[in-house]
Design a protein around this ligand. Structure first.
Ligand code: PLP
Length: 378
């Protein structure tokens, strides 16, 4: 049976070059990077050259990149350490953040008594920057702003530059969950007005269980995990050398084929959007209708009907892999907190298709054939 993968915001297949580099690394380098002998030094060098590569590709300096177990840890580290070490007492964020941010903020509210404020959003989910200014005007002391770069369910993007400029104006810290945009957006962190960002390698064709945090140089954070001097004393635990190498190779491959990837993903999304709309004029799209949209994500609402019930499962039976919301909740048809916040009374079904340059127009044609079969046109 033909299977088509349209769930790249959940995770991506590793690139062959990543698998090759990691296999070679696992065969040849087994040393502990903390050992001072030959094998340890080789392992350490591999980590440091991967760090250099990642830093260069993001326009950061080497000392600003710390490898973590992924995006969840990176976001936890930014938020928890900022509260503990920078005296943050108030965090301005949005209800549309990923659970690894939302739940960390709830925890910080309960345990550390941090004041949480949710910024007003427009109908697409974009934060209202006038309101952000107002909130900061009322007091900017000991404040951190945390707003995700691109929403993992709708693909709506904020303008990092614009939000960061407001944060700089009021001299507050700015954290952005960039898990969905690393590999899709070109960063120059030396110039970008952001203090902390997070990356997750499996979202850009790298391995799972590895990612990184960027901490702007000069910001004095202590580690979240204790018990070892790894990552220049910032993250205890023997390093995942293969994962770290795989991260650097994945990011490099993506940057090498940047224009091709962008064009292919954009064409597939535009085509899918127009074909689905033509087939089901009653459907609507989430995210930003204009430029502030990640072109790898297409989130569609279908009005409630017997045919749309369990739609993700029915697509799966037909060989189409898509998601009903956030990847972390996939496997269940639970209501998404993002869609519920955007459309509180909506009783339809939302499906997220997310693309990579491995997807083709022919695959979209197959999706349309499947849709014609399982959904009556409306
Ligand atoms: N942040 C966003 C926006 C995500 O989409 C995800 C994963 O779905 C994460 C954070 C968590 O990343 P990881 O899987 O590396 O822990």
């Amino acid at each position: 049976m033909r299977r088509i993968y349209f769930d790249h915001a959940a995770t991506t297949p590793m690139l062959p070059a990543v698998i090759d580099a990691m296999s070679e690394q696992m065969r040849s380098t087994f040393g502990n990077p903390s050992s001072i002998h030959h094998f340890g030094r080789i392992a350490k060098n591999e980590i440091e050259s991967a760090r250099k590569q990642v830093a260069q590709l993001l326009g950061a300096s080497i000392g600003e990149i710390f490898f973590t177990s992924g995006g969840t840890e990176a976001n936890n580290m930014a938020l928890q350490c900022a509260v503990r070490d920078l005296g943050i007492k108030r965090i301005i964020s949005s209800p549309l953040e990923h659970h690894c941010v939302l739940h960390t903020l709830d925890h910080l509210h309960k345990v550390r008594n941090i004041e949480l404020q949710h910024i007003k959003l427009d109908e697409h989910g974009a934060p209202d920057l006038d309101e952000l200014r107002c909130l900061l005007d009322q007091g900017a002391e000991d404040t951190l702003v945390s707003l995700m770069h691109a929403n993992n369910e709708t693909g709506l993007m904020i303008d990092l530059e614009e939000v960061g400029t407001v944060c700089r104006e009021f001299d507050v810290y700015f954290h952005s969950d960039t898990v969905q945009t690393i590999g899709h957006h070109k960063f120059n962190l030396e110039e970008a007005p952001v203090d902390f960002i997070s990356g997750s390698s499996h979202k850009f064709h790298g391995p799972k269980g590895i990612g990184f945090i960027y901490i702007r140089s000069g910001i004095g954070l202590a580690p979240l995990l204790h018990g070892g001097a790894q990552e220049r004393n910032m993250r205890a635990g023997t390093e995942n050398i293969g994962g770290i190498m795989g991260t650097a190779v994945a990011l490099e491959c993506i940057h090498d084929k940047w224009e091709h990837r962008k064009k292919q993903v954009g064409e597939v999304r535009t085509y899918a959007k127009s074909q689905i709309k033509a087939l089901h004029p009653a459907c609507s799209f989430n995210g930003h209708p204009g430029q502030h949209q990640l072109n790898s994500i297409l989130s569609i609402n279908f009005p409630a009907s017997p045919a749309t019930e369990l739609l993700t499962f029915r697509l799966d039976i037909e060989g189409i892999c898509a998601s009903g919301g956030s990847a972390c909740a996939s496997g269940t048809e639970n209501a998404s907190h993002v869609i519920s916040a955007l459309m509180p009374n909506y009783d339809g079904v939302t499906i997220r298709f997310s693309f990579s340059d491995q997807n083709t127009i022919d695959e979209v044609d197959h999706l349309i054939d499947v849709f014609s079969k399982i959904l009556p046109s409306s």
